[in-house]
Design a protein around this ligand. Structure first.
Ligand SMILES: Nc1nc2c(ncn2[C@@H]2O[C@H](COP(=O)(O)OP(=O)(O)OP(=O)(O)O)[C@@H](O)[C@H]2O)c(=O)[nH]1
Ligand SMILES: [Mg+2]
Length: 438
């Protein structure tokens, strides 16, 4: 029942097939490169590869007969442990290919599931990956079962193999049920945490984007964290939330998330749905784009499509074009002009973050106010609310005995407060420095 671990196997033969009938509108120019990156990100060695065109998939083996024979020749000549194909295969296609080639065959879904399995480190992350793997495995077993049943013909006896399959299936569905229960419990805890965040009035900003765009690098700079950022696909799997460290910004929590990829396996989206659902609580999305990537436009569309599928299209979004150090100044200037609303920066150089910080404050709080306000004595509840919100910087008493507070607050909230009787902006020049001793 163990999932295939391709990491322990060294030599892979890649089969990249450009299938005309599957070519969708938004095709990545570097899709072969991405496939190779996925394989190396899984820790597997690429021994050799072939790349070819095919009109449409063949039902039994996906690959057409003629191509399959050429492939067979190629593979026999080399010391290959497994064959990896850049498409999702059905269980029977995998089995037929394995029988024909006499090698283990891994499809794109298994490849991505495997990368996720090696990366998951948090409790929830591990549960989610296991769930995705078991869901994947169970579709294979069910198909395997019907396949065997057909072969059984009229014998009418349950062979040991079939009994084993039935047991496996039962064990898998039991395990899936348990995993779902445990995930439910973990997510309930997260919901409670979310509720307390709402009460604390922290805004939530989530970094989203295609894998390897630089989300974690940016997250680390903003929150002074040290999450692993690497030139690998799916370096981040578990979402992490931290408070921002810039004193000029309002109360914000930033969340780093798993990167997206085109044709993300459905099992993964299903299993990660609860984690991805957390993004719904975000007040703002920073959509990080690798500006030096040839496929950046298509990837932007793909990420937006996934965001839409997750019901996140209405959350305000700032496009952060990252890695500007990788393109020429001339190109950068042209892009800046064309995309005046976007942010351009290099996540590795935090000197360029001012504009981003300003825009985040503007979007979340309609800008920030920092200064003095006066509160009448009857506004004790507002005073404690300002404390709870973390807006209170300092308190003093004016010469005429008024309670003064130096607050840092979003203009939106300030507007509401100003409507209250006894709450006023207090000009700096009138302040007499009597600090309150609490
Ligand atoms: N040249 C350059 N490289 C960058 C920049 N930002 C990030 N990188 C590199 O890009 C690679 C990917 O960065 P990550 O921050 O891990 O990307 P990510 O979006 O979190 O990726 P996943 O977690 O896999 O989705 C790393 O090797 C970074 O060092 C940048 O501004 N300039
Ligand atoms: Mg990351």
């Amino acid at each position: 029942m163990k999932h295939i671990e391709i990491n322990s196997i060294q030599n892979a033969f890649l089969v990249y097939i450009d299938v005309d009938s599957l070519n969708k509108k938004n095709k990545l120019e570097n899709s072969f490169e991405e496939f190779k990156n996925l394989v190396t990100s899984s820790g597997t060695l690429i021994k050799d590869y072939v790349s070819f065109n095919q009109k449409t998939p063949v039902i039994n083996t996906f690959i057409s007969k003629g191509k399959l024979e050429i492939l067979m020749d190629e593979i026999q000549k080399k010391n290959i442990d497994l064959v990896i194909i850049n498409h999702e295969l059905s269980a029977s296609q995998t089995r037929n290919l394995e029988n024909f080639l006499n090698k283990r065959v891994i499809d794109k879904t298994e490849l991505i599931l495997d990368i996720f399995a090696t990366r998951a480190s948090s409790h929830i992350g591990k549960l989610q990956v296991e769930l995705a793997q078991l869901n994947h495995l169970s579709t294979r077993l069910i198909r395997g079962w019907t396949h065997l049943e057909r072969q059984k013909g009229g014998i009418g006896l349950r062979g040991p193999g079939e009994t084993q399959l039935e047991t496996d299936r039962r064990l898998i569905s039991k395990r899936i049920k348990r995993l779902n229960q445990r995930l439910d419990k973990s997510h309930k805890q997260k919901q409670i945490n979310r509720y307390s965040r709402k009460k604390s009035r922290n805004k939530l900003v989530a970094l989203v984007g295609y894998t390897n765009a630089g989300k974690t690098t940016l997250f680390n700079k903003i929150t002074e964290s040290s999450q692993i950022a690497e030139d690998k696909l799916f370096a981040t799997l578990d979402s992490v939330t931290r408070k921002n460290k810039n004193p000029e910004m309002g109360p914000i929590l930033f969340s780093d998330t798993v990167g997206f990829i085109s044709d993300l396996p459905t099992q993964l989206i299903e299993s990660f749905k609860a984690t991805l659902d957390e993004l719904k609580a975000a007040d703002l999305l920073l959509h990080v784009v690798d500006i030096s990537d040839k496929d950046r436009k298509v990837k932007l569309i793909k990420v937006n499509k996934i965001l839409k599928d997750l019901g996140l299209e209405d959350i305000p979004q700032i496009i952060v074009n990252n890695k500007i150090d990788m393109i020429s100044d001339l190109k950068l200037e042209a892009l800046r002009k064309r995309k005046a609303k976007d942010i351009f920066l290099s996540a590795e150089d935090s000197n360029e973050f001012d504009h981003l910080n300003y825009l985040i404050n503007e979007t979340l709080f309609n800008g920030m106010y920092q200064g003095w306000v006066s509160l009448d004595n009857n506004l004790g509840n507002i005073r404690s609310m300002l404390f709870d919100m973390g807006c209170m910087e300092e308190e003093r008493v004016s010469s005429d005995g008024k309670m003064l507070a130096n607050i840092k607050i979003g203009n939106d909230e300030l507007e509401q407060l100003i409507k209250l009787e006894g709450f006023e902006i207090y000009p700096d020049k009138d302040i007499i420095f009597n600090t309150i001793n609490n």
